[in-house]
Structure formats: structure tokens, C-alpha cells
Design a protein around this ligand. Sequence first.
Ligand SMILES: *Cc1c(COP(=O)(O)O)cnc(C)c1O
Length: 454
Amino acid sequence: MDDSRYKRLRDADHRHLWHPFTQMRSWMADDEPLIVERGEGNWLIDVNGRRYLDGVSSLWCNVHGHRKAALDAALETQLGKVAHSTMLGMANVPAIELARELVAIAPPGLTRVFYSDSGAEAVEVALRIAAQYWQLRGAPRRTRFLALTESYHGDTVGSVSLGYSEMFHRHVKPLLFPVLKAEPPHLFRFQRGMEADAAQAAAIAAARDLIAANRDELAALIVEPMMQGAAGMWNHSADYLRAVTQLAREAGALVIFDEVAVGFGRTGKMFACQHAALSPDLMCLGKGITGGYLPLAATLASEAIFEAFLGEPHEYRAFYYGHTYTGNPLAAAAALANLGIFRDERVIDRVQPLIAQMREGLAQRFGAHPRVADLRQAGLMVGIEVMADPKSRTAYPSQALTGARIARAARSRGVAIRPLGDVIVLMPPLSITPDELDLLLSTTREALEEVTAG
Ligand SMILES: *Cc1c(COP(=O)(O)O)cnc(C)c1O
């Protein structure tokens, strides 16, 4: 182990880097940051050669793990052709082919693909398309958006307006535009102590009232289908998703599904809205779209929306929006190879027994644990809610950093996970093996035990 190299890197990190979502004082006080050097299958390897099972797919992205041969090869092939060319005034081969393939697998009715570079931008694009759509359609009053409380849609100002979280975003509040917020079933259940069925009925009734009161001004509803990820893994049923979608449509509004986290097999279907057999008008994709290889995102739109933007150049109906790297050929080549892997390796079929194993393993190892308040799962997307006293729903004090300490304890046992507050998140690659999944669950349980015992 070349300890001097590790120290050099650590000191340079502490001196020059500013990490996202990170209190840098705590970060800089930590003498042992994990510095990744390589990846191999479902494992990350740090500069000291220590191995960590990648329990959250490198922040929910690497669906097939690391150094996936088909992805490496696709990138090498594309590198031999061209790494970047612009989508302004010209097209490129992988961007065209990827659009065709995305439309082929997307829920019915989505026929157009607009590229960007991150999930937040995919949401920003959907928001801007929806807003302009109603102006172009001669309904200038339709300017309001309806989102779920504690949804997360990314970190640009537009997407933060939709997914505002008091804890993270209060310092940008003056910059945000007002958004209507419907409380999801989760809040009725856990803040008001309702049973699951009553909570869902109350959430639907609340959404109905809100939509009725804003019928003529509603531009679009935006939802993370089946699971509000960054909120702390708040799930809802396909019935709830169908009900709010229908209410929005009855009011004449568009429906946007943010599948940035739940898309690409994460919930056991290619797209989470397929659990409810729904098609949105706009769908946002990111994270897993390139198999976790390169930053790429896409907003899919219906032909009816697309057509509203058509006209003569001098009418200025075009969608004046874009980023420099929009439709980057290298990223598109990775995404194409990713879709090829889903097809060739029958990933969605292969993941089903793993989902069952996850369900059983969670129940077995955490179901009766005295500090576990709730287990939430959609496919291989899991939240384990940890509390000081689950019966009275008393949380640990936030200064105790319980979730972070559990993650650290898991790391010292060779498993890399990142919690959301005191919700332990498990989001393994879809390529995780049964043995590795077992290791993930048993190690997480040991870490929970170590931190919460006594
Ligand atoms: C992560 C996430 C985003 C933002 O994606 P970035 O690539 O981080 O900008 C948007 N929506 C959802 C549901 C997400 O989970």
C-alpha cells in the first residue's frame, strides 16, 4: 500500500475540492475519505486496493456495475470515430439511433427525444416544454405546476421549484417560483398516523381538491412514479399514480413522469409507470440511461406536444433551449450499448428473482428489528427507515448522524452505501449476484446493529 500517494490525494482533495451536498468542514476533518481508483463488476476499489460492494450503484447510476465489457467496447468504438459534435445545425449517428431505440421501448405515445446532460436538466426541459406548449396552444393562463410534497427533481432553480425541500433548499427560496403541492399517501400515513388504505384515499381526495381549485391554471402534474426517491424512499401504489394522473388529465393538464431514478429496470420494469400501465405526455430520463458511464439525460415527448412547436421560422415557436453537449455522441453510444445489454441479457427477467430475494432478505433481517420503523421497496430500490423508537415514531436527533454512521460502519466492512438522513438506501446494480445481495443485506444489518445497539 502506497500510503504517501493516498495522503497526497487526500490532502489535495481537502485543499481544492468542494463536494456536492456536503458539509465541507466535516469532510475536511475526516482523515480517511474513500478515494476510488477502479471499478470491477459490482465492486469499487480504492487507491489502497480495498474493495467495496457498490450498494447504491454509484448514486443510482451503474445498473450493470463497473467495467462492463459491452459498454467499454461501445465507447472505444465510438472514440475511434468522434467524441463530440454538436446537435445544433447537424446530427450524429448514435444520437439518432438512440432516439429511435428509446421511443421503441418507451410507454406508448412518446415519440420525440430531447437530450440534455443531467436529470435536473431533463426536468427543466419538461417544465419549459410544458410552459411553452400552453402559450403556443393559446391557453396562457396554464402556468402552474403541481408536484408532490418532498419530491426531488434535481438541483437547478427550475427543478428545485418543483421539488423544493425545506432542509436543502431554503437558501434559494427567494429565487423559486410557486408550485402547487399535493401531499402523497406517505405523509397521511406517517405524519397523521393513518392506515395505508385510508392514507391513500385521503391523499387522492386532497389532490382532487387542489386540482379542482386550480383547474384552468394547471399546466402539468409532475410525479416520480411509484417511489419518491430522494425524499427518503416514499413509495405509493399504482392505484394512487393512476388516480392523480387521471385527475390531472380531467383538468386538461399535461402529465410529466420523472423517471430519472426509477427508470431503467430499477423497480422491476423498464419504466416505473409501466406498473400502472400509464403513459405520460413528457418523461424525464437520466441516471441509469448510459449504464452509469457518462452524463446524459433525455426528455421524451408526445407527438401532440411536439407539433405545437411547429411553424415558420419567423413565428418563433421553436423550443429555444439547449446545452452545448446536447446529444453528445460518446454518451449516446454508451446509452445505446446500455439498451443492448437490457435486451441481450434479458435484464428485466433476470432481476425478478433478485427482487424476491431482496424482499425476503429485508423481512428476515430487518422486519422485526427494534430500530426499524419501516421497510420500503420498489424492485431493487429500497429504504430502511431507522428510528430511536419506531412505535412512537421518534427519530434519532439529527446531530447523532445515525444514518451516516451506519453507512460508515458498512464501509469499514467493505460495503459502500449512502443514506438519506436516517433512511438506509439500498440500490444495488441490477447485475448484483445472489451472494453479493446476501452480503449487502447481512453487512447492512451488522452496521445497523453496531450503531444502534444500546
Ligand atoms: C437524481 C434525480 C434527479 C436529478 O438528476 P441529476 O442528474 O442529479 O441532475 C431528478 N429527478 C430524480 C427523480 C432524481 O432521482
